[in-house]
Design a protein around this ligand. Structure first.
Ligand code: AMP
Length: 415
């Protein structure tokens, strides 16, 4: 497999899959350019070597149709400013051979939103899965996807995938396109390499003790990860809304707290497995309960298994927070996914803040910490601690699937 750090892009046209799926305001202005900045090390190396760039990305979910509100032309200037280079725009990414051929070293071309084409995702449109013609339509779309990927591939001499956020998708630009380049002409970008290394530290290169903190609203969305981590961690903190499914499963009274009644058995099974495997399972013992789901609701600290009717647990309680800190501070490997409470309400953010602060302190003492998956990233940003953890992942679904132990198509395609 080729490595970006060793590759000389001089005179080469690099076809780079980036994740420029940035948020825009109602006037089409970029409101957060983190993703553009994330790709810069890769893009600047290519230009500095004397290569040229063909940038391809998706934005939003246009579902295979042209939608001007999701046109990447809106971010062209931001990309040019970040790169410090001219960026041309190709408004038809399936017909950009001329523009690509005209590129000179040091120049860049941004292709239109890949998802304006149904071939990018490769799912048949306008037909239901239950329709008798579905399988034939799927097969036909897969062929069209290959043709589309081949066209994209024809623009570049070398393919670089730096879009971790979509690495769990087998799309034309993230995986299929790689089939049209040999092993010496395809590689991961720097951002992808960092993400892969961070996941490897969590799954294979573990320094002990290893503490994983899984929070958020539901057990069901985290079960694959919890099961995979059970064989690896020393301490497993399960917090947030999951707390109450565990409390109820063990016979607790949880008032109006969020609960998955069909996951009570599963919760008991997780408790049993943790015992069998010698994992220290940290569950909430107390909570901050509210009489309504709002920031200024009345609150009281309750036993997480004895919440009065009409009240619901919206954050961890003080004893629970202390047990989080005890499991986090001595750790040498830390993974955090999902908040410990409804952190969007300032009055219920303390549990998540305590976790973030303990992770920052442990990191300062030499631990490797990985924070990823949507809301926990929002937490470290909210608490101003993003630069005090080892790595903040750019991947939501991709990170979660990687930690579940699944092989990501975007990475597998590189070989
Ligand atoms: P997830 O998408 O599953 O990671 O869940 C994140 C969401 O879980 C956040 O929006 C939190 O507000 C929510 N959450 C965390 N703790 C609770 C709780 N105790 N009750 C209801 N929602 C919660």
């Amino acid at each position: 497999m080729a490595k970006i750090e060793n590759y000389n892009f001089a005179g080469k046209k690099a076809l780079v899959r980036v994740d420029f799926n940035v948020p825009l305001d109602e006037n089409g202005k970029v409101t957060d350019d983190t993703r553009i900045r994330g790709a810069l090390p890769t893009l600047k190396k290519i230009l500095a070597d004397g290569g040229s760039l063909i940038l391809m990305s998706h934005m939003g979910k246009p579902k295979g149709k042209v939608n001007p509100k999701l046109s990447l032309s809106q971010i062209r200037e931001d990309v040019a400013k970040a790169l410090g280079a001219e960026v041309e725009f190709a408004k038809d990414c399936a017909d950009a051979s001329k523009e690509a051929a005209a590129l000179k070293p040091g120049q860049a071309l941004l292709l239109e939103n890949l998802r304006f084409y149904p071939e990018e995702e490769g799912k048949p449109t306008g037909i239901d899965k239950t329709d008798p013609g579905y399988d034939a339509a799927k097969k036909e779309m897969k062929e069209r996807q290959k043709e589309f990927a081949k066209k994209l591939a024809s623009y570049g001499d070398v393919y670089v995938n730096d879009a971790f956020g979509t690495a769990h998708r087998k799309h034309a630009s993230t995986a299929v396109v790689a089939d049209y380049f040999d092993a010496d002409h395809k590689m991961l970008g720097f951002l992808m390499e960092k993400e892969v290394k961070a996941v490897d530290n969590i799954l294979n290169n573990i320094k002990r003790p290893f503490t994983a903190i899984m929070g958020g609203s539901k057990v069901s969305s985290k079960i694959g990860i919890i099961e995979n981590l059970m064989d690896k961690v020393d301490n497993l903190i399960l917090c947030g809304g999951m707390t109450y499914t565990f409390a109820k499963a063990q016979g607790g009274k949880i008032g109006n707290s969020i609960v998955e009644d069909d996951k009570l058995e599963l919760a008991l099974d997780i408790i049993k497995k943790a015992k069998e495997k010698g994992v220290n399972l940290v569950l909430g013992t107390d909570c901050l309960a509210a009489d309504d789901f709002k920031n200024d609701a009345a609150v009281k600290v309750c036993n997480a298994s004895a919440i009065p009717d009409g009240w619901e647990g919206l954050d961890a309680g003080p004893a629970t927070m202390a047990s989080f800190v005890n499991a986090i501070l001595p750790a040498k490997t830390i993974l955090w996914n999902g908040p410990a409470g409804v952190f969007e309400f300032p009055n219920f953010e303390t549990g998540s803040r305590v976790i973030a602060e303990a992770i920052a302190e442990a990191t300062n003492n030499g631990a490797f910490s990985l924070v990823g998956g949507g809301d926990s990233v929002a937490c470290v940003n909210k608490f101003g601690l993003a630069d005090q953890v080892s790595y903040v992942s750019t991947g939501g679904g991709a990170l979660l699937e990687a930690i579940e132990g699944k092989v990501l198509p975007g990475i597998a395609a590189i070989g």
